[in-house]
Structures are given as C-alpha cells and as structure tokens.
Design a protein around this ligand. Structure first.
Ligand SMILES: [Fe+2]
Ligand SMILES: [Fe+2]
Length: 233
C-alpha cells in the first residue's frame, strides 16, 4: 500500500477523535510495557554477555516508550508499568523465551520490531505535529531492528543458520495463522449476532404476542415483580 494512503487510513481509523487517540496510545503503551517484561525475562535466561546487555538496554527502551506513550494519552495506562514488569498481565500476550528458545525469541523480536518501526512511522505521519514524540521512539526501534538482525547473523556465523531459518519460517507461519484466527473470530462474532437475532425474533417473539391472553392480564413483555420476602437474612 502506498505511504500517503496508509497515512490517511491510519488517521481515519485510529486518530479521528480525542478519545480514539487516547485509547490507541494507551494500547501502544501497554504493548511496549509487555515487551519490556518479556525482554527483561529473556535477559535473565541468555548466557552470552553481549546479548544480555542488548536485551537489558532494549527492555529499558521499551519502558521509556511506554512512559512516553502513556503521557500522550489523556488517562494513565490501566496496567501500571511496575505491575507489568512483574508479570501481572495475560500470559497469552507473552513472548516467552523458555517456550520459544533463544533463537526463536530473537527472530520473533526482530520481526516484531520491523513491524513496529513501519507502523510507528505511519502513525507519526498521521498525527502530524502531535506525533513528534514518536521520533525518539522510532530511533530506538530502528536500533532494535539492527541489533536483533546482527544477533541473527551471529547465530548464522556460529553454524546455526538452519535453526535461524526454521525460526523465521515458524514465525511467519504463526503470523499467517494468527491473521486467520483473527478473521475467524470476527466472522464468528458477526454470524452469532445474526443467528441469535433470528432466534430471538422467530423463536421467542411469538411467545411475547401469545402471552397474557387470559382475562385481566397484560399482553406482551411485563416487568417481573419483586418477591414479597421481608427476611432479615
Ligand atoms: Fe518500543
Ligand atoms: Fe522496540
């Protein structure tokens, strides 16, 4: 998609109202904070000192980004950074180095950073002057892409190229599966709304018309009376 079209779409879909801006920035802040948590955990696991230093610095950057984005939102982030760092968040959002393995984790972070760089560049454009604070974030994101790329090259130079290729392939497959799952969830939401509406109208509606046919009874839906119980417990 051409850059100007992407920018216009972002402006329309994400930044149209003050409220949308605020909630979008809050979402971004939370994502950055979750990322910081995962990177800090990864830094505890890796053995190589250079990789550990990069992960710690990267985690610190993401905490700073979360703070900047939360400041941009009119209300504070719902998940405090402190709570996020100790893992008080949904596990399904986590990128877990123990589950992914070191190469899998770095490949995942590399892909995520590339996407984040492109997305933030679009949002920076879409927000105009208001998006100036994205500049320093973008600078960091480019460095994150660079160090993870260098790290993947280091694995290759250690003879682990096949593992890197497999991790990148796996990550791409997961992206495709994730997109399908997202689409399936949207379709099921729309379908269930339609089906339930039909069930209510066709299956339950007639009972509303038939109810209360006896003498002195109100027709249609009536409000339930409160039970006449006067008990102290
Ligand atoms: Fe970031
Ligand atoms: Fe980043």
């Amino acid at each position: 998609m051409a850059a100007p079209l992407r920018t216009s779409l972002a402006r329309l879909l994400f930044w149209r109202t003050e409220e949308a801006q605020s909630s979008r920035l809050r979402e971004f802040a939370e994502t950055e904070a979750f990322g910081a948590r995962d990177l800090a955990r990864a830094a505890e696991r890796v053995q190589d000192p250079w990789t550990r230093r990069q992960l710690i610095r990267h985690a610190q950057d993401e905490v700073r980004h979360a703070g900047l984005l939360a400041e941009g939102a009119s209300r504070p982030v719902t998940t405090g950074l402190g709570a996020t760092m100790v893992g008080e968040t949904a596990e399904d959002s986590a990128a877990d180095i123990d589950a992914m393995g070191e190469i899998g984790f770095i490949a995942f972070v590399h892909g995520a950073e590339k996407r984040a760089t492109a997305e933030f560049a679009t949002h920076r454009e879409a927000l105009g002057e208001k998006g100036a604070f994205f500049e320093s974030i973008l600078e960091d994101e480019r460095r994150h892409v660079a160090w993870t790329s260098h790290q993947l090259a280091r694995y290759r130079s250690e003879g682990r190229g096949a593992e890197v290729d497999a991790a990148v392939r796996r990550m791409k497959m997961q992206r495709v599966t994730g997109a399908w799952m997202w689409l399936a969830r949207r379709i099921s939401l729309v379908t269930s709304t339609i089906v339930l509406t039909v069930v209510y109208v066709v299956g339950i509606g007639p009972f509303a018309l038939l109810s209360g046919r006896g003498k002195g009874r109100a027709r249609g839906w009536v409000t339930a009376k409160a039970p006449a119980l006067q008990r102290p417990f």
